[in-house]
Design a protein around this ligand. Structure first.
Ligand SMILES: Nc1nc2c(ncn2[C@@H]2O[C@H](COP(=O)(O)OP(=O)(O)OP(=O)(O)O)[C@@H](O)[C@H]2O)c(=O)[nH]1
Ligand SMILES: *[C@@H]1O[C@H](CO)[C@@H](O)[C@H](O)[C@H]1NC(C)=O
Ligand SMILES: *[C@@H]1O[C@H](CO)[C@@H](O)[C@H](O)[C@H]1NC(C)=O
Ligand SMILES: *[C@@H]1O[C@H](CO)[C@@H](O)[C@H](O)[C@H]1NC(C)=O
Ligand SMILES: *[C@@H]1O[C@H](CO)[C@@H](O)[C@H](O)[C@H]1NC(C)=O
Length: 426
């Protein structure tokens, strides 16, 4: 008898497959459900492998700078980097003492109800429905090319100093633990000691202390655990090899994943295709930027006018330029079209597009729920800033806000995407 759909044998087959996958799924869930009764953990032999861990803080751009620093340092020291998750949304700034560690633990420690939230019935009530002000996702979800770096990494979702220690099965004396003295506690000089800047006595330098790569290489402990690692020039980068290393790391830290790419591509196509539209980023949500917003926007408008002129175009269709490029605005303004600071832009270029115009294309981003914590009914609001960086990075030309790290990152993406991403629709 052939096994056809609807036959008893087919039903049996389905049941077997169903049972196997159910067992697998429950195995995965059970093995990740935390238990308070710690079993006797067998000490793991790392076979000489050594580790570096740090504590992330602040907004996503700052966290990415921290990750870049940590990857560089791990590569200098030939240590495996213990990678925390990326935090979207609200994230606290640097704090001294145990506060950052405690905050990270509170944000990432799995709660038993998290697992129930995958069950559709449970997700309609109870804590599953709470709106969180942050979302954690693995860094290699945002930046798939990280996996191609020749720097060993271990990604860990429940992130705290205690859990890293437990997870690597380390005794206290196997950990070199450094307590920050300030947000700019230490920096690393990647040159011979005699060539490193002198006089690090806490005065007249941005950083309190300076270490050399040589000093750090001598630390024998299995894990070097530091706290903050933020700062654009914290890890020295001298010599060709180190410059190339940093550049490779930066390229790998471009947004890249099939889900984000597909959503971006759909929006880019509605804007006329890759390199067929113009984009600006107007940062104004924080007080540092609000003061200069009018002046910055005037620069952006001038930029758009210049770009159009270069192409022989006006904002509306003309005989010489029947299809002028569309304009895309990325901004952290709450309601851009109603924001009086942005009025000069919409007066001059009424058809300027914003992310909210593409709601219909953003829905697939909800799939991020599958890998994000804590469970949320909708994760779209956390994904907006990511797409708002990726879309402008595919523009023909881009102009950001003076002094914004977010703008700087779009510029970086623009360079990385140029040669490889979506072919321009002709
Ligand atoms: N949706 C959206 N959010 C933005 C935009 N620009 C900034 N933001 C948000 O503003 C906040 C600050 O951005 P970050 O990327 O953390 O920037 P930062 O590290 O504080 O760097 P600066 O821009 O220099 O302040 C984050 O919550 C961003 O998501 C934008 O164009 N669109
Ligand atoms: C780097 O560390 C690995 C162990 O993780 C070791 O096998 C290797 O020899 C080290 N390389 C150098 C250059 O020290
Ligand atoms: C925006 O473009 C102008 C030229 O039109 C340029 O001078 C300015 O530096 C650009 N701003 C940023 C933040 O890139
Ligand atoms: C386009 O704008 C320029 C000024 O920037 C103007 O001189 C020109 O007449 C306009 N062309 C058309 C066809 O409207
Ligand atoms: C950019 O900002 C810096 C200060 O952050 C300021 O000195 C500079 O004049 C600004 N540039 C422009 C073009 O506004």
């Amino acid at each position: 008898m052939a096994t056809t759909l609807g036959s008893p044998r087919f039903a049996l087959l389905l049941a077997i497959i169903g049972f196997i996958s159910f067992s697998l799924v429950s195995y995965i869930y059970i093995s990740t459900i935390p238990t308070d009764a710690s079993p006797v953990v067998k000490k793991y032999d790392h076979h000489g492998e050594k580790f570096l861990a740090y504590l992330p803080h602040s907004g996503l751009s700052n966290q990415r700078t921290e990750l870049e620093n940590a990857l560089l340092l791990a590569s200098y020291l030939n240590r495996t980097l213990v990678v925390p998750p990326a935090f979207l949304g609200k994230m606290q700034g640097w704090h001294n003492g145990d506060s950052m560690n405690q905050n990270l633990n509170d944000k990432t420690e799995p709660q038993p109800w998290w697992y129930q939230c995958h069950d559709k019935k449970a997700s309609s009530h109870g804590p599953c429905n709470a709106r969180s002000n942050y979302l954690s996702v693995p860094w290699d979800f945002l930046h798939e090319s990280m996996a191609n770096l020749d720097i060993p990494m271990r990604h860990i979702q429940h992130f705290s100093m205690e859990n890293v220690q437990k997870w690597l099965t380390l005794d206290d004396d196997e950990i070199y633990n450094y307590q920050d003295t300030s947000v700019y506690s230490w920096k690393v000089c990647d040159r011979p000691k005699s060539k490193c800047p002198k006089g690090y006595d806490g005065k007249g330098h941005q950083y309190d202390t300076q270490w050399t790569v040589g000093d750090l290489r001598k630390i024998p402990h299995t894990l070097i655990q530091v706290q903050g690692i933020f700062g654009a020039n914290r890890i020295g980068v001298t010599g060709r090899e180190h410059v190339i290393k940093r550049s490779t790391i930066r390229t790998a830290l471009a947004y890249r994943n099939p889900l984000l790419d597909a959503v971006t591509e759909n929006i880019v196509n509605e804007l006329g295709g890759k390199h067929n539209f113009l984009a600006i980023h107007v940062r104004m949500g924080d007080w540092q930027f609000l003061g200069a917003v009018r002046k910055n926007l005037a620069i952006n408008i001038k930029f758009l006018e210049n770009e159009l002129a270069k192409m022989g175009c006006n904002e509306t269709s003309t005989p010489q330029c029947p299809n002028p490029p569309k304009i895309y605005l990325a901004t952290d303004a709450k309601n851009p079209r109603k924001n009086e600071n942005l009025a000069p832009l919409f007066e001059r270029f009424p058809n300027t597009a914003i992310i909210n115009d593409f709601q219909h294309l953003l829905v697939p981003l909800e799939k991020t729920k599958e890998i994000a914590q804590p469970p949320q009914k909708s994760v779209l609001r956390f994904m907006f800033p990511i797409i708002d960086s990726m879309v402008p990075a595919n523009a023909k030309a881009f102009n950001g806000t003076n002094g914004s790290t977010y703008s700087k990152y779009i510029e970086r993406l623009h360079k990385v995407y140029k040669p490889t991403k979506y072919v321009a629709a002709s």
